[in-house]
Design a protein around this ligand. Structure first.
Ligand SMILES: Nc1ncnc2c1ncn2[C@@H]1O[C@H](COP(=O)(O)OP(=O)(O)OP(=O)(O)O)[C@@H](O)[C@H]1O
Length: 233
């Protein structure tokens, strides 16, 4: 049975910049399921990050509702949204966003400690997560001592350690070589197979082979069809 994690109903986003307003996302109805890796593709400025930010409860839509596991989260206050993000959503970014003075283990422990886990519990869970991504020998390494691929694997461990139901990735492979990008995409695919909804924003058409679904965003319009392939070349 398909399990819907997040659903947008009649969602749009209009940014008012003073003199003008920009429709970053046109009215959209879409849902994302557990167990699926979905790519969000589109040219620069088409609205991908806006869509991802709405899915991750980072920004509110201008209109419409966002149902997270059946609950309309557009009604929640910012503090409640922050709690939801911390517990239910894992984020992975192009630039890894690791905390430089903390080693790999501490970086992965960090969200657990924020969630209220004791240090020893957080340490144990973080070790297991880092082992899962093949980094059990680098627990004490600072980010600057790690390669790009290893940094991104620490970020994957950090995103999965709290057992979120959804993992959102913004260009997770853009700073990596093709070989390392494949390793990271395989790890993300495994997380989807383990039952998470994994949503990946990318410009890279080569990543389509990892996707269960692909959605395209062009000028704020979300669809299942790629209309302008030349943008991706
Ligand atoms: N905070 C903001 N205020 C005003 N306009 C914004 C804001 N954020 C995004 N926009 C505009 O909304 C549109 C969509 O931006 P968005 O960042 O979602 O695109 P994108 O597809 O993620 O682009 P890229 O691939 O270059 O990261 C763009 O025209 C952008 O300039």
């Amino acid at each position: 049975m398909q399990r819907e994690i997040v659903k947008l109903v009649g969602v749009n986003k209009i940014y008012n910049t003073g003199e003008s307003s920009i429709t970053a996302l046109a009215t959209t109805d879409i849902s994302f399921e557990a167990g699926k890796l979905t790519l969000i593709m589109g040219p620069s400025g088409s609205g991908k990050t806006t869509l991802l930010s709405i899915l991750g409860c980072i920004i509110y839509p201008t209109q419409g509702s966002v149902y997270y596991q059946g609950r309309d989260v557009t009604k929640l206050k910012e503090k409640e949204l922050a709690k939801l993000r911390l517990h239910d959503v894992g984020f992975i970014f192009q630039q890894f966003n690791l905390i430089e003075p903390l080693n790999a283990l501490e970086n992965v422990m960090h969200p657990l400690v924020l969630q209220g886990d004791s240090l020893s519990k957080a340490r144990n869970k973080a070790k297991v997560a880092l082992e899962k991504v093949g980094l059990k020998d680098r627990l004490m390494s600072l980010p600057r001592k790690l390669s790009g691929g290893q940094k991104q694997r620490v970020a994957v461990a950090r995103a999965l350690v709290g057992n979120p139901s959804m993992i959102l990735c913004d260009e997770p492979t853009a700073s990596l070589d093709a070989y390392t990008a494949e390793i990271i995409m395989n790890e993300l695919k495994e997380l989807a197979r383990a039952g998470k909804a994994v949503i990946v924003v990318t410009h890279d058409l080569r990543l389509r082979k990892f996707a269960d679904n692909t959605v395209y965003v062009e000028e704020g319009v979300v669809s299942k069809e790629l209309k302008n392939e030349q943008y991706y070349k």
